[in-house]
Design a protein around this ligand. Structure first.
Ligand SMILES: Cc1ncc(COP(=O)(O)O)c(C=O)c1O
Length: 488
């Protein structure tokens, strides 16, 4: 197990020039900014066979992970569900990890596992990237918290503004904080209380963001005009929910309530429902509608960010939001988040209309992550990882076609996924109609063969800057075996 820096370009099956000007073809044809291939002749699976395989795989899981089970049983006493974040839990118990380096992790049973979850995408640099380690080590020698301005935080702010093409930025510590501050800033700036989010969209744990984040369909109402589903304990305020890729629904809402709506928050590419791509022209039309009604457009790029390209998804797609939220990949694996955008809106912080505080904001250790990512995330390095991602997606799609599987592949930047549906997923309701049973089997199958993908089935893999040809081959060949088993 060793760190592997972005290597020779000979593994490119297709060189992606991610610094090229925005391709307006995106709106008529999703290539080349994003990737989606549908099966030509899918044949339904034998679900009895799927059940049989799942049962066998759960047996295999529990017989090979005694150390993880022991760790879980102990953790139950001190942490609800035995985990630090409820996302980390699955039945009967999750894998416990002892260490990680590059693209690989080692679990407490001593098994070497290929990491394709990569911290839900936060580990874009790879585990223990030497540049991150070097910058963090320097920070540890010069101080980890000053709670006063420093050239270190000014330098990081300048780097981030330049990279993401925004006027001003403020740092925070988690994506939840970033989306909370951005939406509250929008309310303070506009003097309006209303907020819109997309059905199924996840933006962290601030009260309004929890509304209709993967709601149960029995409570979700009309797909065209979804009922906001408010979880217990949430003080949601004036919140509206619309389906992704549905302009008539958004326009109708803005017409009826536009004068009280401060902002709409959305992921430009939904990456909490596997990967859901925007339809041709959708984001540009949302932008235009926001302008018409004076509503602030917030792109939540916590998940897309640097994984979408060197300047994020907005630049890649060519639609500029008013505010952007960032976390995960921007910190090189250190806890860091940010929100920023137009100076006109950010000025509400300076003129006292909105307060933004935080003891650990822009702490020097997190700022080391920004410096490191600026050194690491070059257009070439990201293009290299993206080419590997495309290679994996293409090869997996070939296997899907060979076995006539009812599945398809979707990718954006360095992220990819297999969606168990023969038709495109354009919104939350489509996503809920995908085959979760086969998705569970695919995840468990990989896990039992030394590949970790996120447990939620709504996530995607990340090809980090530490992944190479060996890792891509492992991912593809593992899927081939699953396809053969499904059709056996
Ligand atoms: C799009 C999006 N926004 C916000 C968040 C919240 O980020 P955090 O977990 O750092 O609070 C997440 C977390 O997964 C996310 O995916």
């Amino acid at each position: 197990m060793s760190w592997r820096p972005p290597g020779a370009l000979d593994v490119f099956t297709q060189v992606m020039n991610s610094t090229s000007p925005v391709n307006t073809d995106f709106f008529s044809d999703l290539e080349p900014q994003a990737y989606r291939k549908l099966p030509t002749s899918p044949v339904p699976l034998d679900m009895a066979r799927v059940d049989e395989l799942i049962a066998a795989e759960w047996k295999r899981f529990t017989t090979g992970t005694f150390g993880s089970n022991e760790e879980f049983q102990r953790s139950l006493a001190s942490m609800p569900m035995g985990v630090p974040s409820s996302f980390q839990h699955w039945d009967p118990y999750p894998i416990a990890i002892a260490s990680a380096e590059g693209a690989w992790m080692t679990d407490v049973d001593g098994r070497k596992l290929l990491d394709l979850s990569m911290g839900f995408g936060a580990m874009l640099a790879g585990h223990l990237n030497p540049v991150v380690v070097e910058e963090a080590t320097n920070a540890l020698k010069t101080g980890t918290l000053f709670v006063t301005p420093s050239p270190i935080s000014r330098d990081a702010a300048e780097r981030m503004c330049k990279r993401f093409d925004i006027d001003q930025i403020r740092f925070a510590n988690s994506g939840t904080e970033a989306t909370m501050y951005a939406s509250r800033l929008a309310k303070a700036y506009t003097g309006r209380d209303g907020m819109v989010k997309l059905e199924g969209g996840y933006h962290g744990s601030y009260d309004p963001m929890t509304v209709s984040a993967k709601p149960k369909l029995e409570y979700a109402g009309d797909p065209e005009e979804p009922t906001p589903v408010i979880p217990a304990g949430s003080n949601a305020g004036e919140i509206y929910v619309v389906p992704f890729n549905n302009l008539p629904s958004l326009e109708k809402l803005f017409k009826a309530h536009g004068s009280t709506i401060a902002c709409i928050i959305m992921e430009p590419v939904m990456e909490n429902l596997a990967i859901v791509l925007p339809d041709a022209g959708y984001l540009a039309a949302v932008r235009a509608l926001c302008d018409e009604y004076g509503i602030i457009l917030i792109f939540d790029e916590v998940k897309t960010g640097l994984t979408a390209g060197p300047h994020g998804a907005a630049a890649r797609i060519g639609v500029k939001p008013d505010l952007i939220t960032l976390a995960k990949s921007i910190g090189g694996g250190l806890p860091l988040a940010a929100f920023g955008g137009k100076k006109e809106i950010m000025s509400a912080i300076a003129d006292g209309r909105f307060d933004h505080f935080g003891t650990f904001n822009a702490n020097p250790l997190a700022m080391a992550g920004v410096r490191a990512m600026d050194r690491i995330c070059t257009p070439d390095a990201l293009a290299h990882a993206e080419a590997l991602n495309r290679q994996a997606l293409d090869r997996i799609m070939e296997i899907i076609e060979q076995h006539n599987l009812p599945a398809h592949t979707v990718g954006f930047g360095v992220k990819g996924c297999i969606t168990w549906s023969s038709t495109p997923v354009r919104n939350y309701r489509d996503y809920k109609a995908t085959d979760f049973k086969v998705a569970e089997l695919a995840w468990l199958w990989s896990l039992n063969r030394g590949i970790v993908t996120p447990p939620g089935l709504d996530e995607q893999w990340l090809i980090s800057l530490a992944h190479g040809q060996e890792e891509i081959d492992k991912l593809v060949e593992d899927f081939r075996e699953l396809a053969e088993a499904l059709r056996a």
